[in-house]
Design a protein around this ligand. Structure first.
Ligand SMILES: [Zn+2]
Length: 63
């Protein structure tokens, strides 16, 4: 799975497509040759964080 990282160089800011296993490692931008560390992936949110289905509102129309 590929990841997209933005080059941190303010004069570059290119979007680099890299393999998923570069996370947490130093990579070199192919455009400006700047070395930077790709941030590690965040932990997956707990299952309880999934969006619940909102209950249907029972609005009575006056009149
Ligand atoms: Zn760059």
């Amino acid at each position: 799975m590929a990841v997209h990282v933005i080059c941190p160089s303010l004069r570059c800011r290119k979007i680099l497509t890299m393999d998923d296993n570069v996370r947490g490692t130093l990579v070199t931008c192919r455009y400006c040759s700047m070395q930077f560390r790709v941030p590690a992936p965040r932990k997956a949110p707990p299952p309880s964080a999934t969006v619940r289905q909102a209950p249907s509102t029972n609005l009575k129309v006056a009149g």
